[in-house]
Design a protein around this ligand. Sequence first.
Ligand SMILES: C[S@@+](CC[C@H](N)C(=O)[O-])C[C@H]1O[C@@H](n2cnc3c(N)ncnc32)[C@H](O)[C@@H]1O
Length: 294
Amino acid sequence: MRAHNAYKHPDLASELKKMVSSPTFVKWAGGKSQLIKQFNPLFPQQIENYFEPFVGGGAVFFHVMQEYKPKTALISDINSELIDAYQVIRDSPLDLAKLLKQHKAKHCKEYYYKTRGLNPDSLSKTERAARFIYLNKTCFNGLYRVNSKNGFNVPMGSYKKPSIPDEEDIMLASKLLQNVKIKNMHFSEVLNHASKGDFVYMDPPYYPVKEGKSFTSYTANDFSADDHRHLAEVYGKLSKKGALAMLSNSDTPFVGDLYSEYDITPVQAKRMINSNGKGRGEVSEVVVRNYREI
Ligand SMILES: C[S@@+](CC[C@H](N)C(=O)[O-])C[C@H]1O[C@@H](n2cnc3c(N)ncnc32)[C@H](O)[C@@H]1O
């Protein structure tokens, strides 16, 4: 009852929003917001230097920044449009928020397809970031899919009220991104940055539950079984260096074999369970750690 009344008070409501919300600014396949509660007991107790080489929508990153306040952080992703958007949020949040407001005001089917048809190379970095976030929030299921010429080709979604971030959301994300290193690099390069005692969270595109099937596509390149083997090698090297590594993946025999020498904890996630996107169900995923209670 109290919380309900608090929400009616404008100042309190906005304070509560800041306290409880994660300022993720895109909807991202495999996003981890719903798993944060199950992750909390699995994180190390203190995080001084944080690394996240598959940052995606940043659900874990924003949580760690708010709860653990690490001294340094480095985030990265192979998706260059996404990484540009993080950099613009860090460096030009007000300009970005202004452009997003304009996109929101003009949003309709015709405007969506006109914006989708723009060549991102003809836009400024801030305009590109605004277009990327606008399309992400209004397209079908927040998917990121590009054609062979790298053109975004996801159809419009059917949201009555798409949740395009407002100035307050962008400013909060920007505040948490100050002093964060934001890179567009392959995951293996994390080895050049993380050292003993640092915490690395890795959330790669999952190994498919059914062989030969992958429902997620983030860039023109898919993540193959060889990429998973390569990642397990990187994980091993991080462990040898003395870095604390936590990794998410599907609960499959392939993943179990790759990480058999580490601590594996199952977690339950609600995910799309069939390819037409309609069915949702609980699936078991795993968290692999090279440490226990720290
Ligand atoms: C499961 S998603 C991460 C989701 C994120 N934890 C969240 O909460 O939104 C996997 C990410 O890995 C990125 N990725 C795919 N291949 C990569 C590679 N070789 N190196 C770095 N990032 C890669 C994708 O672009 C995608 O954003």
